[in-house]
Design a protein around this ligand. Structure first.
Ligand code: NAG
Ligand code: NAG
Length: 399
């Protein structure tokens, strides 16, 4: 009975799916428990506590990354089993396990004692050896992601050099070429995600969950075709902090291609701006505080604070991969939008509008690849607007 409980408990870990491994482990545990029962009963010295943590930490290794350790290693430490069983014998602890229900824990984790719940993660790289507390030589406070194809490497390399060591660099590869980037020194420390022919909003939704990127004060989600001669990321962050911008973008050089909205255009001699300088206010704005006259940035080079990103992530739809229309709705995630959303003039970029990902579409029915992509962009914009309007209406309808 005793050992049955132990097996149930231990079998639920990462090794659970591996049956041969599990049976090996069960045999070992049976031996260990026999040994334990035959020798001594209670012991709670601190030395055996540390043994326990060593042996349980080795369990996942038996399956995956540490094949040279495992059963033999644990057998060499027979006393560790006394602690495993000690824990099982401790009836007050057992009762507590059955009783635990913490509604304030994250959804799904209510049965765990809050002290063990790790609700958020990070993108910091760790070592396979040594003391975990000494793994990190620095903990970057900012994250920058680029969605890239190898063809744009020179441009991307130039951009990344504008981001200091305070940034974690994450690369989303849409062309399947990753190792080639190792010609650049920074690439070996970057995080590479390679999925063919996806857009940056597709990657962002899947790999930048707010609970994963929680340690970062600011998150840059950038395109690959930006000219950065007049941009420095640390200086940029000073500006957004100073002016309290939750969502921002660097101003666009007036000679940029595809400068769609006047508000994103750089104004000389100032730090930031929040509203367009068009006068009178164009009719498509529906008012001076409405996008794209205020509360507006474009989606080519947005920068989000942690809190704003936690909201925006939820706004991104799984199927609407181009993000068109998102720019008009960002204001929902930073209130009041006409104060918390702005354009940084003192650090600016140049938009080169290289239609690289557009060319990854498929030509069909006499249409060029980029035309199909463009049509989808527009269609998505319409679908997103409809969904949002329907959601508003549904929420506001008297119940
Ligand atoms: C038994 O469990 C209780 C409650 O978790 C704990 O306070 C106590 O220290 C444990 N005793 C031993 C011997 O581990
Ligand atoms: C990194 O951040 C720290 C703390 O904000 C700052 O003092 C330092 O100057 C930054 N590094 C660079 C290269 O700007």
């Amino acid at each position: 009975m005793l050992s049955q409980q132990a097996f149930n408990k231990m079998g639920a870990g990462p090794c659970a799916r591996s049956d041969p491994m599990r049976s090996t482990f069960m045999i070992f545990m049976a031996i260990a428990f026999g040994f334990f029962i035959g020798t001594f009963f209670p012991s709670s010295s601190s030395s055996s506590i540390s043994k326990l943590s060593i042996s349980t930490n080795l369990l996942p290794c038996m399956e995956a990354s540490c094949p040279k350790f495992g059963a033999q290693e644990i057998k060499d430490q027979p006393r560790s089993s006394s602690l495993v069983s000690n824990e099982i014998h401790n009836t007050s602890a057992n009762q507590a396990q059955g009783d635990i229900w913490v509604p304030t824990n994250p959804r799904g984790a209510e049965r765990l004692p809050p002290g063990i719940v790790v609700a958020e993660s990070d993108l910091y790289l760790r070592r396979l050896w040594g003391n975990p507390s000494e793994d990190l030589t620095s903990q970057p406070k900012y994250l920058v992601t680029f969605t890239v194809g190898y063809e744009q490497r020179r441009n991307v390399d130039a951009a990344i050099k504008k981001f200091s060591g305070n940034f974690t660099i994450m690369m989303f590869h849409y062309d399947g070429r990753t190792t080639e980037w190792n010609e650049y020194g920074w690439s070996r420390k970057a995080i590479h995600v390679s999925v063919p022919k996806q857009t940056k909003w597709w990657y962002a939704k899947r790999f930048l969950h707010p609970d994963i990127v929680a340690p970062y004060d600011y998150i840059f989600i950038w395109d690959e075709d930006l000219g950065v001669e007049n941009f420095n990321a640390e200086e940029y962050i000073k500006q957004v902090r100073k002016h309290g911008l939750e969502i921002s973008q660097p101003a666009l050089d007036p000679s940029s291609r595809g400068l769609t909205w006047r508000i994103t255009r750089r104004r000389d001699g100032q730090e930031i701006h929040r509203v367009t300088d068009e006068n009178p206010i164009p009719t498509w704005c529906h008012g001076p505080r409405e996008p794209p006259c205020a509360g507006f940035v474009e989606i080519m080079a947005p920068v989000f604070s942690r809190d704003a990103w936690r909201c925006v992530w939820h706004l991104i739809q799984n199927d609407l991969v181009h993000g068109w229309g998102l720019d008009f709705s960002l204001r929902r995630c930073a209130k009041p939008a006409h104060e918390k959303i702005g354009v940084v003039d003192s650090q600016w970029i140049f938009h080169q509008a290289v239609p690289s990902l557009g060319n990854q579409g498929e030509a069909s029915q006499g249409k060029k690849a980029w035309q199909g992509v463009r049509e989808r962009c527009k269609m998505e914009w319409g679908m997103f607007s409809k969904r949002l309007a329907a959601a508003d209406e549904d929420y506001l309808r008297p119940k």
